[in-house]
Each structure stands twice: as structure tokens, then as C-alpha cells.
Design a protein around this ligand. Sequence first.
Ligand SMILES: [Zn+2]
Ligand SMILES: [Zn+2]
Length: 139
Amino acid sequence: MKRLEKNMKLKQTPQRLAIINFLENNKNHPTVEDIYRAIIEQFPTISLATVYKNIETLKNLGMIREITIDPEKKHFDPNTLTHHHLICTECKRIVDINIDFEIKLPDNFISDFEITGNHIEFYGICSLCKNSKVVKNGI
Ligand SMILES: [Zn+2]
Ligand SMILES: [Zn+2]
């Protein structure tokens, strides 16, 4: 998110700066609610709608990326470079996969589209959830 501070076209409110600071180098893929919970500590009067609006703006400016791997909630990622994600289907924890898989589409797609990116979603159950399941089932 290095470009953020240099983007002078963006009106910088203290609230927006706080959101940007929270997101910078954040690898937890927070939801809007997560961001709201963090920002309200500094700005007790901020509304969820304001956080939403700021997130939308940052997304539309290409400063953060929206991750839709979780069907229940959108998550946001300040890392806009190509990378992939793995989600735990139990606790919804999302981790980055920084591997270049070198995916190639057949020629007919390439002649029809200029390919600008790709994103692979992996699903699984993390070790924490797997262990708590074992405990719950009494095995
Ligand atoms: Zn989990
Ligand atoms: Zn990511």
C-alpha cells in the first residue's frame, strides 16, 4: 500500500488515515466489521457506514483488494499484487499463498481477452479447527 500516502487526489480525513494505517501490512484479510472494531477505539463516534464508504473508496482506487473467498463476508487485502488465498471453512481464517502457479489459458481465450490477473481459492480446515473437532467428538 505504498501508493496510498502519495495519492493526493484522495481527501485525507483522520478517520480514513486511521483505516489506511490499520490496513497497511495487515495480513489478516479483515472484514469491514473487523476494521470498524479497530477504528472505533480511536474514533468512538465513527459509524459502520463511514467505514464502509471509506473501504469502497480505497477499493475503487485500487489501493486494496476485495476477497470474496468467504461466502458470508467480504474481506479486504492491502496486498494488491497477484497472490492466492487459502481459507479455513470452519473459522474463516484466510492465509496468503505467494506462489506463481503459471496458469495458462488456451489460445482462444487469449485472442478474445487481454488477461489481467488470476486468483485461486483453496479451501480446507486449519489445524486449530481440526484439533477442536477431535476434542468435541471425544475421539
Ligand atoms: Zn480454522
Ligand atoms: Zn491476501
